[in-house]
Ligand binder design. Structure first.
Ligand SMILES: CCCCC/C=C\C/C=C\C/C=C\C/C=C\CCCC(=O)SCCNC(=O)CCNC(=O)[C@H](O)C(C)(C)COP(=O)(O)OP(=O)(O)OC[C@H]1O[C@@H](n2cnc3c(N)ncnc32)[C@H](O)[C@@H]1OP(=O)(O)O
Length: 195
């Protein structure tokens, strides 16, 4: 029998995640964290356009509608795009619940069933624990229903960074555009840099 999860998870001793006092509460439907994000942005042509809400017990639930644009084989989702969808869902959970900027350090996926074009993946994420700047989170992707069969599982390490990570490595024009739109926006919290 294949062992999918040979390593214990989290792989080291961790503290329970400290949910931020301003974290969105259960029932909240989240806005894209960045409108040009490939995962959740509504201004990114060809993006995954995932949507996310906070469920009970701080489980974060994202949905991903699989279309022909996401194919790897005829009528089947590309594994790399599925990994992207999980990166987005996991990162959103970490960022929204801890309200600290974090980047993916490691992302591990188990593809257990093919994911057909036309299906919806219901991705449930938990932030499992933290150790210093390291944050461990895991997710399961259910096919076509909240309680559908698990097609994909993922586990990830995120590393908390300071804002300089984005300003030092990002594109200055894109950052300027973001600052401008944040100033004009009715809901400036769409990219909150004051966790
Ligand atoms: C900004 C908003 C703030 C407010 C928040 C509020 C709302 C936000 C809402 C939503 C959230 C937003 C977005 C979420 C959506 C999508 C998420 C997508 C995320 C991504 O898609 S993001 C792109 C891909 N990502 C990268 O582009 C990272 C490139 N990379 C680096 O930038 C560095 O590599 C870095 C920073 C990772 C570490 O560098 P560093 O110098 O800062 O720190 P260092 O190396 O010391 O690592 C520290 C400790 O992590 C351990 N560690 C590190 N990496 C490891 C690995 N791979 N395996 C095992 N352990 C590892 C070390 O072993 C050490 O452990 P120890 O402390 O025990 O020694």
């Amino acid at each position: 029998m294949v062992s999918y999860t040979a390593q214990p998870w989290p792989p080291i001793e961790t503290d329970p995640p400290a949910i931020h006092e301003k974290a969105p509460t259960p029932g909240t439907k989240l806005q894209p964290h960045y409108t040009e994000c490939f995962g959740c942005g509504d201004e990114q042509p060809g993006g995954l356009r995932m949507s996310t809400e906070v469920a009970d017990s701080y489980v974060i639930k994202s949905t991903f509608d699989v279309t022909r644009e996401h194919q790897g084989a005829p009528g089947l989702a590309h594994g790399g795009l599925l990994a992207c969808a999980f990166d987005e869902a996991l990162g959103t959970a970490v960022g929204q619940l801890l309200r600290k900027p974090a980047v993916t350090g490691k992302l591990e996926t188990d593809f257990r069933q093919p994911v057909p074009v036309g299906s919806t993946l219901y991705i449930h994420v938990r932030v499992d624990g933290t150790s210093g700047r390291k944050v461990y989170a895991s997710a399961s992707g259910h096919l076509d229903a909240e309680d559908g069969p698990i097609a994909v599982k993922a586990r990830a390490l995120f590393v908390i960074v300071d804002m300089e990570h984005f300003t030092a490595h990002g594109d200055e024009d894109a950052l300027e555009k973001l600052r401008d739109s944040a100033k004009k926006a009715a809901q400036p919290q769409r990219w909150d840099i004051n966790p």
